[in-house]
Structure formats: C-alpha cells, structure tokens
Design a protein around this ligand. Structure first.
Ligand code: BTN
Length: 255
C-alpha cells in the first residue's frame, strides 16, 4: 500500500455483519491505530444510509471501512469527512474511467454516480469527545465486478461500464491513496479547495431539476446553488427565486 497510514494495517474478515458495525465495536474495546482498514468479501447485514441495507454479491465488490481519528475537527464540521470521501472515490473513478463518455458526479450528500447510476455509497459514523470528533468510521461500498442489481435505484459497476473484470485490491489501493490525500488536505485545513472541488462535482449543479420535499411531498423546480458548511443543500427555486435549505433527509432527487 503506497500510503502513509490508510490501509497500512488491514483486518480481513471472511464474513461479517457489517464492516462499519465491526469497526465501531472495535473502537469501544481497543485502541486502534489511525488508518486501520476493515475489509470483507461478505457482509451479511451491510448498512446503507437512512437505515437501508447495502447488498453486494459475495467477493465481487469492495465493502470496507477505514478508521480515522479526526480529533482536530469539531463535530459541526463532520460533513467534511463525507466531502473528502466522495472526492476520493470521484478521483479513483476518474483515474480508472479516463474517458469522456463517463459522466462522474457526486449526488448530494454522498452517493457517487456514473452516467446517473449509483456506483458507490458512503456511510460515516463518528464518536465524539465533547464538541470535537474523536474517531470516525468511513464505510465505503463500491460496485466493482457485480453486473446484476436488484436495488430500488439504478446501480452500475466498473465491470458493467468497461466490460472487463477488475482486480479489487488495485482499486482498493487507489482508494486508500486518494482518501489519504484528501484527508491530509482536511487536516491541513485546506477547506476552500475541498469545498470548491465538492461543489463543482455535484450532480444537478446549476441545472434546473424537479425535487420533492419529503415532509410535504411538494414538488418544485430548482437549481443547486451550493452546500452550507454544515452539509445542508442550498437550492434556488424557479419562479419565486427563493433560496431553500435542506437537511440530509429532507429532499428527494429526480433520479
Ligand atoms: C449508502 O446507502 O449509499 C451507503 C452505503 C455504504 C455501504 C458500505 S459497505 C462497507 C460499510 N459497511 C456497511 O455496513 N456499510 C458501509
């Protein structure tokens, strides 16, 4: 692994309920070095955002968690971890898919899309020390060699896009390198490059799309204007020209 600390220490599990759950339990019991990676070929209870399940064929995809210690970050800035993880996956995909026919985008808050289909998801869980973050578990699911999906959203994998099998450990190594690069930028407080990069790669940026407010089921047309530093999405509504701000579970995208 050509990194300083991410993925230097790898814990391989043939089968586990969820690498995130395993990592969170590990942190409760032992002192774990930063960058430790929990990797498995089979999650029996893979967890997704908003209590969803994350399914992946056995030994086909990447399902793993990285333990970080972002003790320099206040909990109100925890969304930066989502941003850097999304940016790392984005960079890996750009490196692998170097071809203009692939439209790689980050769908707020942190899905990664290629040609409007989901290729990766992120689940981050933190422990706090008063107002500061203590440990973070960065869970990543990236579709690599699976070609059939029965998900309620449109999904895709590297193999489905390129028609070749990928060596998962090579993709994992790239992910560790790019995650470390972005994490070091965060540690150095280079927030504007992180913000600008994240915003510019967002699906729907400055595009007029129809959204649904989950609570009221109200549909409206709007353009993404930006993301607040707390992670909330800022939209400008067509017609009224008002700025609307949405928290993580409040908005449905037109996909
Ligand atoms: C999403 O809903 O998009 C997030 C999916 C996150 C899946 C990964 S797979 C490795 C890690 N362990 C889990 O249980 N979930 C994350």
């Amino acid at each position: 692994m050509e990194t300083l600390f991410i993925g230097k220490n790898i814990l391989f599990l043939t089968e586990v309920d969820s690498t995130n759950t395993y990592a969170m339990n590990l942190l409760r019991n032992v002192n774990t070095i930063e960058g430790t990676l929990i990797y498995t070929n089979h999650q029996t209870h893979g967890r997704g955002q908003r209590g969803a399940v994350w399914k992946a064929d056995i030994a086909s995809n990447l399902t793993f968690s990285v333990i970080l210690k972002p003790q320099f970050l206040s909990s109100e800035k925890s969304f930066y971890l989502s941003k850097i993880t999304a940016l790392a996956i984005y960079d890996v995909l750009t490196e692998i898919l170097k071809d203009s026919q692939y439209d790689i985008k980050i769908k707020w808050p942190n899905d990664i899309l290629v040609n409007q289909k989901k290729i990766a998801g992120i689940l981050i869980e933190n422990t706090l020390n008063q107002t500061m973050l203590n440990y973070s578990v960065i869970g990543i699911g990236l579709n690599v060699n699976q070609t059939e999906f029965n998900t309620e959203f449109k999904a895709v994998s590297l193999k489905a896009l390129k028609n070749i099998d990928f060596e998962r450990k090579d993709v994992l190594a790239k992910l560790c390198q790019h995650l470390e690069k972005w994490y070091l930028r965060l540690r150095e407080n280079k927030l504007s490059i992180i913000n600008e990069s994240y915003i510019s790669r967002l699906f729907g940026l400055k595009e007029l799309l129809e959204y649904t407010e989950i609570k009221t089921q109200r549909r409206f047309k709007a353009k993404i204007e930006g993301v607040e530093f707390s992670g909330k999405l800022v939209l400008r509504e067509l017609g009224t020209n008002k700025l609307l701000v949405f928290d993580l579970k409040e908005l449905k995208f037109p996909l």
